[in-house]
Write a protein that binds this ligand. Structure first.
Ligand SMILES: *Cc1c(COP(=O)(O)O)cnc(C)c1O
Length: 357
């Protein structure tokens, strides 16, 4: 039993696409790919050539950052592309399914719907929105090929313990892949689960440059998995998935930028603590969920009114009331200290409605 036996036969049978840039590296006269020999004069630099499908330097740097081999890493247009590739490679339309634990990131179910895959839901349980491992394992039918866990979870902010993930990986081996979305792990007190990849062929970890690295506009994410899974996913990925300008932006951001990233993360953590304390003292607030991410999910006495009040001050937060169990909640991204002060000012009750001393 190999992890590839879980994949769609049609995908396994695909011949890998071979692009011009895979056949031959850069050289002085390049007449092989119908490119313009003249560079357009735009400020982002020379964009006349097709990019390396998996830009070597960025792959090497990210593999080092995440503690994996380059063969265990696939770069794509954000984690979103990783989710889509997994769906298309492992879920046969109208036969297979994914499992999600709501309330969670909506892209998993959206992507499944596009593919025609079913969605099995095992809700997070209790007021702490904890993962119910037993219920999850019971719900894994033979149709389930991908189990999506998000840690820290969007939108509840909770972390899944690594021991729980180890146990699920062992139980699910040979049955389905466990996909751990770690988009926010840089903001968490733990290092995440990439170190488990070496021993678990059914583990996939999603990382992104969109959050802690401040590069959402570059659309760069990394899917980390067994080298055979990476090779399989490359067969269905677009030939030139990463714009040259995005790769350049990422290399610039990472070149000596790790300290700057760590400083941003430290500020977000400190502000998360400050904002949580302040919000918990507000009469408008019912509860603030503990968060390991760069946002706080806050239960309000009247979330609709808070949305209006913030909007009147030019502040937009995420309305997450459509999630079962979060009907009174808004998700607030941690901003700069100044932005957070604006938020707190806007939430301050008007003087007239305060109790007089
Ligand atoms: C923001 C986010 C991502 C990142 O998506 P990209 O496509 O990499 O920008 C992934 N997963 C979750 C849960 C997120 O909230």
């Amino acid at each position: 039993m190999s992890v590839l036996d879980l994949a769609r036969p049609a995908v396994r049978a695909l011949a890998p696409y071979v692009s011009a840039r895979m056949m031959a590296g850069p050289s002085r006269v390049m007449l092989d790919a119908n490119e313009s020999p003249w560079a357009a004069s735009i400020e982002t630099g020379d964009l006349r050539r097709y990019p390396d499908p998996q830009p070597r330097q960025l792959c090497v740097q990210l593999a080092e950052l995440y503690g994996v081999q380059t063969a265990q890493l696939l770069l794509g247009r954000g984690s979103d592309e990783g989710i889509d590739l997994l769906m298309r490679a492992f879920c046969r339309p109208h036969e297979d399914a994914i499992l999600v634990c709501p309330p969670t990131f909506g892209m998993y179910a959206v992507s499944a719907a596009i593919q025609g895959a079913g969605v099995v839901r095992v809700p997070l349980s209790g007021s702490a929105f904890a993962l119910d491992g037993e219920a999850l394992l019971k719900a894994v039918s033979p149709a389930v090929k991908l189990v999506f866990l998000c840690s820290p979870n969007n939108p509840t902010g909770g972390l899944i313990q690594p021991q729980t993930i180890v146990r699920l990986l062992a139980e699910l081996r040979g049955r389905c892949l466990l996909v751990v979305d770690e988009a926010y792990v840089e903001f968490a007190p733990t290092a995440g689960v990439t170190s488990l990849l070496a021993q678990h062929e059914n583990l996939v970890v999603l990382r992104t440059l969109s959050k802690a690295w401040a590069l959402a506009g570059a659309r760069l994410g990394a899917l980390l998995a067994d080298a055979r899974v990476i090779e399989l996913l490359r067969r269905i990925q677009a030939p030139y998935p990463l714009p040259t300008s995005s790769t350049q932006a990422a290399l610039q951001a990472m070149d000596g930028g790790k300290l700057a990233m760590q400083e941003r993360v430290a500020t977000v953590r400190a502000e998360r603590r400050r904002l949580r304390d302040a919000l918990q003292g507000s009469r408008l607030v019912r509860d603030v969920l503990p968060s390991a991410a760069n946002f706080l999910t806050v239960r309000f006495v009247d979330a609709g009114k808070v949305l209006d009040r913030l909007a009147a001050s030019g502040i937009i937060v995420r309305d997450i009331r459509e999630h079962a169990g979060l009907e009174d909640a808004l998700r607030i991204t941690i901003g700069t200290p100044e932005e957070n002060n604006h938020l707190l000012d806007a939430l301050h009750e008007p003087v007239s409605s305060r109790r007089s001393a």
